[in-house]
Design a protein around this ligand. Structure first.
Ligand SMILES: [Zn+2]
Length: 248
């Protein structure tokens, strides 16, 4: 199934369940008033028709805009090279770095002009950045605690980590999949894959369902001094997107 078939299916379903709408709103990514397609009751079902940004990315941008960062001086790092957060940071911060994970060997090797980084072992020096951001990445990281610890390491004291994952109300984070000793996938729950702008629809295995409560204590455990889950309702009264804002 390609992504357009999938979107069309979602639009038809949303017309049936009454969630379909085409409101005009300000888009933080386009930086102008534009039309949004609402085709469901999740943030990923809300999309700017001009720049294709979802409400997940735009909620992250909205939280970043609240931070006391200096566009000319603050060193900023985003863990992908596409999407609204990437575009916003690239056009607003002079000192901006980004990467993607293309598989081993990572460690700062460039693949078609994009830096390849495994967040579980970043190749950046300690205290390199004032802001690190990611959108829907850490549910796919086998050792996500190693990833959080690495983000903490590369942040300056007082630096910010702003990110989203799909958040669950359960008390504990649940392991969905893990890597076997041979590096293959071992499913502990029903198989679940997410779409990727790099590799396509349904290609990225989900390792974790992150608990809202546990994710904040996980961040404190690896060294973040503050961690909060902040809510943005900018796109629809019926859909709220939460964003983690943690401070080293
Ligand atoms: Zn837009």
């Amino acid at each position: 199934m390609n992504k357009y078939t999938k979107y069309l299916g979602e639009i038809v379903a949303s017309m049936r369940d009454g969630s379909f709408a085409l409101p005009q709103r300000h888009c933080a990514s386009c930086a102008r008033r534009t039309r949004f397609l609402i085709s469901g009751l999740e943030s990923r079902s809300i999309r700017c028709l001009s720049c294709k940004s979802t409400a997940i990315s735009l909620a992250t941008v909205a939280q970043i805009q609240q931070l006391p960062l200096d566009p000319a001086a603050s060193a900023v790092y985003e863990l992908s090279y596409h999407g609204a957060v990437f575009r916003y940071l690239k056009s607003n911060f002079a000192n901006f770095q980004f990467s993607e994970y293309f598989g081993p060997p990572a460690g700062g090797v460039y693949v078609d002009g994009v830096r390849n980084e495994d967040v579980q072992k970043l190749s950046f020096a300690p205290a390199s950045f004032e802001l690190v951001s990611s959108t829907e990445v850490f549910e796919h990281v086998p050792d996500y605690m190693a990833g959080f610890a690495e983000v903490c390491r590369v942040l300056q004291p007082g630096g910010w980590f702003v990110f989203t994952v799909p958040f669950f109300d359960d008390a504990r984070t649940e392991a969905i999949c893990r890597l076997s000793a041979q590096g293959g996938l071992e499913w502990l729950r029903e198989e679940e894959y997410h779409d990727s702008q790099v590799t396509g629809v349904g290609t990225v295995p989900v390792f974790w369902h992150h608990s809202k409560q546990q994710i904040l204590s996980d961040l404190r455990q690896v060294g973040f001094k503050q961690a909060e889950l902040l809510q943005t309702n900018a796109f629809s009264d019926r859909v709220a997107q939460q964003v983690v804002v943690a401070r080293r």
